[in-house]
Design a protein around this ligand. Structure first.
Ligand SMILES: [Mg+2]
Length: 325
């Protein structure tokens, strides 16, 4: 049975979607009642939200519905992990065109389930809302459990700490650049056939952009190892390192030799959602963390001791207007 949201109505569509959603281990009452009920054994919970809107944040010509569910889950899980918490539950508010097929919505639910299974197995979708709009919008709220630990804030870095990163740098930006350069029509509009061809001719090139795999479990490991500050790198290493530096009233000096083959792209490219953390000197770095610099007295971001101008951070509106790409 196919059909559109407009033909089937919300109740019938939800009946198709609910069985595909991942369950949360914190869930006491799940989808289907007026609200969900979650266990919060710590007495506190972490909460964050992030919205993806067709146009500035994604294009259906480039992303499948399953990709979108995956990415919406991954980016929210990443903000929970960046506090040193374990993601427990997601609530998803969708506004979709009435012409959207129920199969599209099933694929979207599949993307949420696959991402939770891969990145945060205790986390599930416990509720949400389904509405109609000409502009596809996916708004996710995520909850997390601190398991009795102090949250890892942006403000705790101290001179002498090691700066470390888990995850990729610049891979999502390289994928977005490839999409703009090689998967747009002569008028500059995203082209689905070109994107599909690019995806099969260059396996992996677009994955971090369309289906990021942030190191969610490393957030908890960083907290356990004594991380003094942390965030997820959503807007580019240069800009996000500056956020830790300014919150901590210190400077971050990055080692260009630790930034991969293209340090400029690593510094400016956003959306990889790696975790950037600081640890006391001598800490054995946990999980996938590797040292990329150190915290020093002063302010701002330095690269090999030279002040870095962070204006190259990711700006979605600039990108979608055909800017840096
Ligand atoms: Mg963040």
């Amino acid at each position: 049975m196919d059909g559109t949201l407009g033909e089937l109505g919300e109740t019938a569509v939800l009946a198709r979607i609910f069985p595909r959603l991942p369950a949360s281990s914190a869930q006491l009452v799940g989808p289907g009642d007026d609200a969900a009920v979650l266990a919060a054994p710590d007495g506190r919970f972490v909460v964050t939200t992030d919205t993806m809107i067709h146009g500035p944040d994604f294009r259906l010509a480039w992303s499948s519905f399953e990709d979108l569910g995956w990415k919406a889950a991954a980016t929210n899980l990443s903000d929970v992990a960046a506090m040193g918490a374990v993601p427990t539950a997601l609530v998803v508010a969708l506004a979709v065109p009435a012409t959207a097929s129920v199969l599209d919505l099933e694929r979207l639910a599949d993307g949420f389930r696959l991402a939770c299974e891969a990145l945060a197995p205790a986390c599930g979708v416990v509720g949400g809302d389904l509405s109609v709009s000409d502009t596809l919008t996916i708004a996710v709220t995520a909850f997390g459990d601190l398991e009795g630990r102090a949250p890892v804030l942006r403000s705790g870095a101290r001179a002498g700490d090691v700066v470390a990163l888990s995850g990729t740098l610049g891979a999502a930006a390289a994928g977005l650049r490839a999409l703009f350069e090689r998967a747009t029509d002569p008028a500059g509009e995203p082209d689905a056939e070109l994107a599909t061809a690019l995806r099969s001719s260059h396996p992996g090139l677009l994955d971090t952009q369309l289906r990021p795999v942030p190191p969610i479990a490393d957030g908890r490991l960083a907290a356990l190892a004594g991380a003094t500050a942390m965030l997820d790198v959503s807007d580019g290493l240069g800009l996000d390192a500056r956020r830790i530096a300014s919150a901590s009233r210190a400077a971050i000096d990055l080692d260009p030799s630790a930034l991969g083959a293209d340090p400029a792209l690593a510094l400016s490219g956003g959306e990889d959602h790696g975790l950037l953390a600081t640890f006391p000197a001598g800490t054995e770095l946990p999980g996938g963390f590797r040292a990329i610099g150190r915290v020093v007295a002063g302010d701002g971001v330095l690269v090999d001791g030279v002040p870095y101008d962070a204006r190259g951070g990711w700006d979605p509106y600039d990108d979608w207007n055909g800017g840096r790409g």
